[in-house]
Design a protein around this ligand. Structure first.
Ligand code: CP
Ligand code: NVA
Length: 303
């Protein structure tokens, strides 16, 4: 198994399956025994977390996952760390590796992560970059499996921006061979390098109705990712891609709605869908905790 988790391709399909099984185990144990059920798993281990972008779920779930596995997490705010004053990612990795057993970073460019990981003796986890959000999509797969079991038999729709979430979904479909339909407005497609490497079996279009019709899972994300300019022109282009009751009505009756959150109510999704009976977004957010535990134990146990 690879040292780092920079994108989903760092995992094999078998490792993903193991990881999702462990997440289910952690979820069950926490419910049955309580948050301290796994306290011996990472006893004495620590995680350094660097956030160069905002976070609610990723920060809390990683920090609590470390705590509940018996370890500890130290959080560095990018803007108040020496990274902000020009210390390189490589030097930061060399130093942090002397203190901690793993590093989780949320950053902008994928090459920042790569530089950090290359110089780091301890595992590096991508907690979101402009290009990928692997930990989130692992949680999404876990959430889908908990509801509908066999990924291979499902139609999964992603409607919205060709961003980090879309990219990690494309990689997931490539690795796990499920049927993924992606609908983006013209000019907002997933990057060509991702489509070329991983998109052979994915159905790309500019038609949200085609993507959602008959889908088992409908997934969307913000129109403006962190670090992107908010432009009215983009907002207009995305209006037909809003997941509202009419669009959701084209999916299967028992389809579920996913959103990594934070949601921008009235933009990419309406209150009716987000708060409606098909939405599983709160459970999805909770699942971040169980999946982070599985990721951390897989990567940090031996470090
Ligand atoms: N979905 C997600 O990564 O949420 P945060 O930005 O709050 O961490
Ligand atoms: N695409 C969003 C995801 C937030 C969790 C962003 O990068 O801001």
């Amino acid at each position: 198994m690879k040292k780092d988790l920079l994108s989903l391709s760092d995992l094999t399909p078998k490792e993903i399956a193991t990881l999702l099984r462990r997440a289910a185990f952690h979820k069950k144990q926490r419910k049955r025994i309580g948050p301290k059920a796994g306290m011996s798993i990472l006893r004495g281990k620590s995680l350094g977390m660097i956030f160069e972008k905002a976070s609610t779920r990723t920060r809390v779930s990683f920090e609590l996952a470390m705590y509940e596995l018996g370890g500890h997490a130290v959080c560095l705010d990018g803007s108040s760390s020496q990274l902000n004053r020009g210390e390189t990612y490589a030097d930061t990795a060399r130093v942090l590796g002397r203190y901690v057993h793993g590093i989780m970073i949320r950053t902008y460019l994928q090459k920042n992560l790569e530089e950090l990981a290359k110089a780091s003796e301890v595992p590096v986890i991508n907690g979101l970059s402009d290009l990928h959000h692997p930990c989130q999509v692992l949680t999404d797969l876990f959430t889908v499996q908990s509801h509908q079991k066999d990924l291979a038999k499902l139609k999964i729709a992603y409607v919205g921006d060709g961003n980090n979430m879309a990219n990690s979904w494309i990689e997931a479909a490539h690795l796990l061979k499920f049927s993924l339909f992606i609908a983006t407005p013209k000019g907002y497609e997933a990057p060509a390098e991702i489509v070329k490497r991983f998109g052979a079996t994915v159905r790309f279009s500019h038609d949200p109705t085609e993507a959602v019709r008959g889908a088992d899972v409908v997934n969307t994300d913000t129109w403006f990712s962190m670090g992107q300019k908010v432009e009215d022109e983009k907002r207009q282009a995305f209006k037909p891609f809003q997941v509202n009751r009419v669009l959701m009505g084209l999916a299967k009756k028992d389809a579920i709605f996913l959103h990594c959150l934070p949601a921008h109510r009235g933009e990419e999704v309406t209150d009716g869908v987000l708060d409606g009976p098909q939405s599983v977004v709160w459970e999805q957010a909770e699942n971040r905790l169980h999946v982070q535990k599985a990721i951390l134990e897989m990567l940090l146990r031996k470090s």
